[in-house]
Design a protein around this ligand. Structure first.
Ligand SMILES: NC(=O)c1ccc[n+]([C@@H]2O[C@H](COP(=O)([O-])OP(=O)(O)OC[C@H]3O[C@@H](n4cnc5c(N)ncnc54)[C@H](OP(=O)(O)O)[C@@H]3O)[C@@H](O)[C@H]2O)c1
Length: 484
């Protein structure tokens, strides 16, 4: 159970808070994870009454749980919740807010600030909190959770870090990548390091290459302006895909303490080689979806039609090849790919083992796959003999372990991360060195793509990876794994 603390939720009336954070906190209350004394202060920029806020919470929960939630838990939860407005045109807004928080008969003095606001507001709010002495952790802990993205490139990430580190030390900063809160990602570490059969084969001697995939059938929807300023590489590859890569390939940490896990992730991310500028066309591929047919949706528009701007060169498909410069992975390619509007949605990590070199006919064709979503499972594919008279007729057999059973508790990634924030566990949050290493890898590709405005490859919505993306493969025996 969380210790005595006050969770302050900036942007409490925003989209993320309505869909994930308030329902997530309610579920934590239901699971008995929030202490009786804990308080939640929801901060917005509009003046609404406490009654109105409680009705909004009710509305969020109705939508999320379709009316099925425990009213006793609701009463308990509501008693913890206080709404407070910091009006944008009030020069004393933060002074008054600080006065409220410093009432220690009402609010425990350990403060966790969750900034679920637009990235342009992160530094400003931290500055305002510091001015009111709300971040000083000499006596009580003071933590700040910062939503994604942390910067839009290396330069802006360094600038943001510079401005917030005037007020906060690294131990106080919780930079989010919500994929790290998914139990299927945590499973990668536990599977790798608790099953000793994997360690001897987890290296360049046995593994041919690794593919990390995040495909969606969804398009950019309402978020055209946001997406066109971001693109697939920034939105997915820089954060979620590189984190999955780190968990899959990092060395065993000294212990499973937050610091030791992050130390190994940082080492791994720093050891990935940058793609030389003159080789970007062979190591990276981009595309944009054009109109097509998506199952269950029917005909859908292309990206440029949705955007109403035929000049955009922003990618909705990105695939890159990387190499890790360490003894375990030397010369083994790792492919990262992400796309919108393909025929299948799925997040999975596929490890392709080397073929049997001595007996070419007996192509070993072994894969190990970590399925992250929609299903959570881990499976091996091995070749087995088909019963019958033909001596060497083989087929692929799947040895699958389902990681999520029907009766297992469903925890949203944000619930795990909010609990971590309250408990002071930083292992599932990004260290600034991870953020910097990730931007350093991605920045040159984004820059190259933005300067080379040749026509971006157009793929039809509802199809699979464009054939042209295969240019990034190291050799012609490699191919995209479709099955998740
Ligand atoms: N939504 C998602 O699924 C998602 C996923 C990943 C990451 N994120 C990140 O999460 C953050 C929030 O996203 P969102 O979709 O919820 O954005 P949003 O709907 O725009 O909500 C942001 C909220 O913050 C409020 N706000 C701004 N400054 C404030 C202040 N000083 N005090 C109190 N409230 C303040 C805004 O109020 P006003 O309306 O008055 O401006 C607005 O209600 C963003 O950084 C985003 O990049 C969101």
């Amino acid at each position: 159970m969380t210790n005595n603390s006050t969770l302050v939720l900036f942007g409490a009336r925003g989209n993320l808070s309505r869909i994930k954070l308030i329902p997530g906190l309610f579920h934590l209350e239901e699971s008995g994870k929030l202490s009786n004394e804990m308080k939640i202060v929801s901060v917005g920029r509009q003046n609404i009454s406490q009654d109105e806020w409680e009705n909004e919470i009710k509305d969020m929960l109705e939508k999320k749980f379709e009316g099925k939630y425990d009213l006793e838990v609701f009463d308990r939860f509501i008693k913890k919740n206080i709404y407070h407005a910091t009006l944008p045109d009030d020069p004393n807004a933060f002074k008054n807010f600080a006065k409220l928080l410093h009432d220690d008969r009402r609010f425990p003095k350990n403060f966790a600030f969750f900034l679920s606001v637009r990235p342009s507001d992160f530094a400003k709010i931290i500055g305002q909190l510091a001015e009111e002495n709300l971040l000083n952790d000499d006596e009580y802990w003071r933590r700040v959770l910062i939503e994604k993205p942390f910067g839009t490139d290396l330069k802006s990430a360094i600038e943001l870090q510079k401005s917030i580190s005037k007020h906060l030390n690294e131990k106080q900063i919780y930079r989010i990548d919500h994929y790290l809160g998914k139990s299927a990602l945590q499973n990668i570490l536990w599977t790798r390091f608790t099953n000793s059969i994997l360690e001897p084969i987890w290296n360049k001697n046995y593994i041919d290459h690794i593919q990390i995939t995040n495909h969606e059938t969804l398009g950019v929807g309402e978020r055209t302006q946001f997406y066109d300023a971001t693109g697939a590489l920034r939105d997915m590859t820089q954060s979620h895909l590189l984190q999955m890569l780190a968990l899959t390939t990092m060395e065993k940490p000294k212990s499973f303490s937050p610091d030791d896990i992050r130390t190994e992730k940082i080492k791994l991310l720093k050891s990935i080689k940058s793609i030389p500028i003159n080789e970007i066309n062979k190591h990276a591929f981009r595309g944009q979806y054009k109109s097509g047919v998506i199952e269950k949706e029917g005909h859908v528009k292309g990206y440029l039609e949705e955007l109403e701007n035929t000049k955009s060169i922003v990618e909705t498909y990105a695939a890159i090849r990387l190499y890790i410069d360490n003894p375990r992975w030397k010369n083994i390619p790792v492919y990262l790919r992400t796309a919108k509007r393909l025929s299948q949605s799925g997040t999975f990590i596929s490890i392709k083992f080397k073929n049997n070199q001595t007996e070419k006919k007996l192509n070993s064709n072994n894969w190990l796959v970590f399925s992250i979503q929609p299903k959570e499972s881990t499976y091996f594919e091995i070749q087995t003999k088909i019963p019958g008279l033909n001596e060497s007729d083989l087929r692929t057999t799947k040895l699958e372990g389902i990681n999520r059973l029907d009766h297992d508790e469903k925890i949203d990634a944000y619930e795990t991360l909010m609990l971590d924030l309250l408990e002071g566990n930083q292992s599932r949050f990004l260290h600034i060195d991870e953020v910097k290493a990730a931007w350093s890898l991605i920045d040159p590709i984004i820059k190259y793509w933005s300067e080379n405005k040749e026509k971006v490859h157009q793929y039809t919505a509802g199809t699979s990876d464009p054939k042209e993306s295969e240019i990034i493969f190291e050799n012609k025996n490699q191919f995209w794994r479709e099955e998740n």
